[in-house]
Design a protein around this ligand. Structure first.
Ligand SMILES: Cc1cc2nc3c(=O)[nH]c(=O)nc-3n(C[C@H](O)[C@H](O)[C@H](O)COP(=O)(O)O)c2cc1C
Length: 338
């Protein structure tokens, strides 16, 4: 495979083997049944992309507990009864050869009482800087312990269902991202204050997930490296994020997926490949592969990011929604073949 462009070279970490460096990052289809189970629309949607040359498919965020449900159409992985539905999804995707992971999430203060039936929970009783955000109830230590356990159970279900990896959602202003941010975490106990305190919940979740899935199972973490691209907007800084990235790897993460924090995954007006500079810094810091998505639509940019060592895996999100055959076309563009 020496003649292939690097975007199409395999990745082998020992635990995780990808046929190439193209990932479909998690993107909510919002099509789940009232119980949170995947339906045939999910199957068609993921099959259309998994069967067209994508190396890794990360299935959209699934809530680990009803208190962390973001929307009525969101997938849930909060109880054992859902495992058979996921098993069917995984089984349908298996013949494609794409690796399929499940993202597990808790929305924290981003959840709405109109959806969950209860006020949202979060690190501190401060609303997210978003329109319509409700101030959450502060989570006590016993409740936090329980949530750590829910993440672990959800990860175990993902493994049981046959997913080849699990991704912990620690970005985009959801619960774990809220804990990391000084804008939303005003706690003075062990889960707040210093960066170490703010990173405690994310680390405990990683450790508990690792314990639940075993040493041989790949655990990915989507990390909001900083809250905003523009430093003057404040919040978690990239330097803090880099320190956290190191801690998460120590805690047992096998691959980091770099994205934004409170500012989300799609900062307005950002240039193509807007999180690549962050990914590159993380990659220089940690010993695990780094994945990154964000405004990458051009196969040449994707290939260059890999060849220049800015990232190990590139996420192609909206471009894959628009064109399920993006990876096949990229191969043609880069290899110059018809
Ligand atoms: C419709 C839609 C749904 C998304 N859902 C999720 C999600 O469930 N979990 C997540 O971590 N990111 C989610 N994202 C963010 C994407 O994974 C990705 O980071 C973002 O779209 C930037 O990549 P792109 O420019 O290639 O689209 C979503 C994005 C879109 C467009």
């Amino acid at each position: 495979v020496g003649t292939l462009p690097d975007l199409f070279s395999p990745l082998d970490t020992g635990k995780l083997r990808l046929a190439n460096r193209i990932a479909m990052p998690p993107m909510a289809l919002e099509a789940a049944g009232a119980d949170g189970a995947p339906v045939s629309r999910h199957l068609d949607h993921y099959l259309a992309r998994a069967s067209r040359g994508v190396g890794l498919v990360v299935v959209e965020h699934a809530f680990v507990d009803l208190s962390g449900r973001l929307s009525p159409g969101q997938l849930g992985v909060h109880h054992d009864g859902l495992v058979p539905a996921y098993r069917r999804l995984v089984k349908a995707l298996r013949p494609t050869g794409a690796r399929v992971a499940l993202q597990i999430s808790h929305a924290g203060a981003a959840a709405r009482s109109a959806v969950t039936g209860a006020p949202p929970v979060g690190p501190s009783p401060v609303a997210l800087p978003r329109e319509g955000a409700e101030p959450p109830c502060e989570l006590g230590e016993a409740a936090l312990e329980e949530l750590v356990h829910k993440f672990a159970r959800a990860a175990a279900r993902a493994r049981e269902a046959g997913f080849c990896a699990v991704e912990i959602h620690g970005a985009h202003g959801f619960l774990l991202s809220q804990f990391l941010s000084p804008l939303t975490n005003h706690r003075r106990d062990a889960f707040g204050g210093t960066l170490q305190g703010r990173a405690r919940l994310p680390r405990e979740v990683v450790k508990a997930v690792r314990e639940a899935v075993g040493q041989d199972y790949p655990v990915l973490y989507r990390l909001g490296l900083a809250d905003y691209l523009a430093a003057e907007r404040g919040g978690l800084t990239p330097e803090e994020g880099l320190t956290v990235a190191g801690w998460l790897v120590q805690a047992g993460v096998d691959m980091l997926d770099i994205s934004g924090g409170l500012g989300g995954a799609r900062p307005a007006g950002a240039a193509a490949g807007y999180f690549l500079p962050w990914a590159q810094r993380v990659r220089a810091r940690v010993r695990v592969p780094v994945m990154v998505a964000g405004g990458i639509t051009d196969p040449l940019l994707a290939d260059q990011a890999i060849r220049e060592g800015r990232a190990d895996v590139v996420g192609i999100g909206r471009a894959l929604l628009a064109d399920p055959a993006w990876a096949l076309k990229a191969r043609r563009v880069l290899l110059g073949a018809g």
